[in-house]
Ligand binder design. Structure first.
Ligand SMILES: NC(=O)c1ccc[n+]([C@@H]2O[C@H](COP(=O)([O-])OP(=O)(O)OC[C@H]3O[C@@H](n4cnc5c(N)ncnc54)[C@H](O)[C@@H]3O)[C@@H](O)[C@H]2O)c1
Length: 276
């Protein structure tokens, strides 16, 4: 068992397939945590230093490489192209897919068809703050996955942020909509606040500075205080003051409450569609 005095187990060798925005964000955290020599398959990366090996096409994957885990981080639409090329590794190592929508059943069937029957597939939905160790990843494992498989995924993903597990795979669509896509909603908030500040007559540089710092500072306060978001909101809102006037607009039932619910429902629906 790991406690405060016991350093976590070293990160084992991985085969990372797809090293773009999400794969790259996770790799940055794993490299900082002493990732064992690993192989990265990506057409567009040539900037990953030793001890790791980068290959541009599946045909160049080293036959004698024995990863402890295969991480799939290409677009869901690429899954059918990629899976046959990694099936030989999936006979010996579990597969961790971060692809939105793609189900354990679908991936397992595709791997079986490609020559890896009975491969273990686990799903995870991380987010890009993983690049700075502030990620949120939610995982789902089918009953066939072992405790060791789950522990390996938890170890790996906790190197880049918080980790939670769901018991029902269908919950992964909602997770994708809230925390997978969620950073984009927060960045949009910063964009819109900046634009509104400019519309109110602020210099562009100052509008940018105060919008960005407000979003990041509010996030840090929420993290460090541990208080409910609603309570933190109330602490900013003086009765009859300026914040109340803004919240009367934003919290109108047809405004943010309805819009956020609709936005997250749309994202979850799209995650469901991506399964096929
Ligand atoms: N971006 C996010 O915030 C985020 C969050 C959670 C999950 N995801 C999931 O992560 C996956 C990747 O998303 P992304 O945003 O990082 O996309 P991306 O386009 O930035 O990265 C995909 C990478 O795969 C590589 N690639 C594509 N086809 C390849 C092939 N045949 N062989 C080798 N490499 C190939 C590309 O060069 C690229 O670097 C998606 O399935 C997405 O659902 C993304």
């Amino acid at each position: 068992m790991t406690d405060e005095k016991t350093p976590p187990a070293p990160l084992p060798p991985l085969l990372l397939v797809g090293c773009g925005q999400m794969g790259g964000a996770m790799l940055a955290g794993w490299q900082a945590d002493g990732l064992a020599p690993s192989v990265i398959l990506d057409r567009h990366r040539d900037d990953i230093p030793a001890p790791h090996t980068v290959v541009r096409q599946a045909a160049d994957l080293p036959d004698d490489f024995t990863p402890a885990l295969i991480v799939l981080a290409t677009k869901p639409q690429k899954a059918a192209d990629i899976l046959p090329s990694i099936a030989r590794f999936a006979r010996h190592a579990p597969v961790l897919s971060v692809m939105a929508g793609k189900t354990v059943g679908g991936l397992t069937a595709a791997l079986a068809a490609a020559g890896a029957p009975g491969a273990t597939v686990i799903r995870a939905m991380p987010n890009t703050p993983s690049a700075v160790g502030q990620g949120m990843t939610v995982c789902f494992a089918p009953p066939a996955a072992t405790e060791a498989d789950r522990a390996l995924c938890t170890r790996l993903l906790s190197a880049v942020g918080d980790v939670a597990w769901v018991a029902e795979e269908r919950q992964m669509d909602a997770v994708t909509a809230v925390s997978g896509s969620g950073p984009a909603y927060v960045f949009l908030l910063a964009e819109l606040m900046e634009q509104a500040g400019i519309a109110q007559g602020l210099p562009a540089g100052l509008a940018r500075q105060i919008a960005r710092r407000t979003v990041s500072g509010a996030g840090a306060l929420m993290e460090q205080s541990g208080l409910d978001a609603a309570e933190l909101r109330r602490r900013v809102t003086s009765p009859g003051g300026t914040t109340q006037k803004a919240l009367d607009v934003l919290m109108a039932p047809s405004a943010w409450p309805a819009e956020m619910e609709a936005a997250i429902a749309a994202a979850a629906h799209r995650a469901h569609e991506l399964a096929s």
